[in-house]
Design a protein around this ligand. Structure first.
Ligand code: ZN
Ligand code: FE
Length: 255
């Protein structure tokens, strides 16, 4: 495998990711919360930044772009639908588009809900998806602009990716997410195990992101709203999947 994935903690609780091809030198950054830690990582590894992928317009995902553009002249790639509120794009992309990162294909998925115009980038050869604030480790982004049915649709598309895919999401929220998740599924043993693992990792300062999609499917309540046992636990046996998702999201907002 010649593709390396590096997780970079930024700001208070953000993550940025570098995907690097050791043969071609291609180095793509997923989200730019701030420039300094990303420049430090690139410099330490002797990598040149060739691409920036933007998931959505929030400042904690784009603030570092101009400084990185000046320093490395990368190709900046983001959603055409959000071009009016994103930094200048060199490539504007839409749902279903495929483009190349060096010699590797990247697929664009619209995953609106947290914002409208939020996209994810799936790189099949790397078995990686950059999800920003859509699907997160044991959680999902708050619904600032989109509707619950829209987010459920977005999460369902991500859930259909190969289960071995690494989910690279934008924040370290796992401990708080775990505390909430166990209130939705108190009898889920995979979730209980994961919550314990998260507690240990965070005590040692180890990131809990990225996470395997298979683990999210087994434990993340926001991916499990369609399951009879989850519906029954909420007393919502007759409800639609999107209605159950909306209830779980609303409970998290109040948690
Ligand atoms: Zn955001
Ligand atoms: Fe964010």
């Amino acid at each position: 495998m010649t593709l390396n994935l590096v997780t970079i903690p930024c700001r208070e609780d953000n993550y940025a990711f570098l995907l690097h091809d050791t043969e071609t030198g291609m180095t793509a950054l997923a989200d730019a919360p701030e420039a300094a830690p990303i420049r430090a990582e690139l410099d330490m590894r002797g990598w040149n930044l060739t691409h920036i992928l933007i998931t959505h317009h929030h400042y904690d995902h784009v603030d570092g772009i101009e400084e990185l553009r000046d320093a490395y002249a990368p190709q900046v790639i983001g959603a055409e639908a959000d071009a009016h509120r994103l930094p200048q794009l060199d490539l504007a992309v839409s749902d279903g588009d495929t483009f190349t990162l060096g010699r590797h294909a990247a697929r664009v998925m619209d995953v609106s809900g947290h914002t409208v115009g939020h996209i994810a980038f799936y790189i099949p050869e790397a078995r990686v998806v950059f999800t920003g604030d859509s699907l997160m480790a044991l959680g999902c982004g708050r619904l600032f602009e989109g509707s619950a049915p829209q987010m459920w649709d977005s999460l369902s598309k991500l859930a259909a990716l190969p289960p071995e895919t690494q989910v690279c999401s934008g924040h370290e929220y796992s401990a708080a997410n775990a505390a909430f998740a166990v209130t939705i599924e108190p009898d889920n043993t995979a979730l209980a195990d994961r919550a314990a693992d998260i507690g240990e990792a965070r005590e040692m300062g180890i990131p809990t992101v990225p996470s395997a999609l298979s683990l999210e499917l087994a434990t993340n309540p926001f991916l499990r709203a369609h399951l009879p046992e989850v519906k029954a636990g909420l007393g919502m046996e007759g409800a639609t999947d999107a209605e159950v998702f909306a209830e779980i999201r609303a409970r998290k907002d109040r948690f």
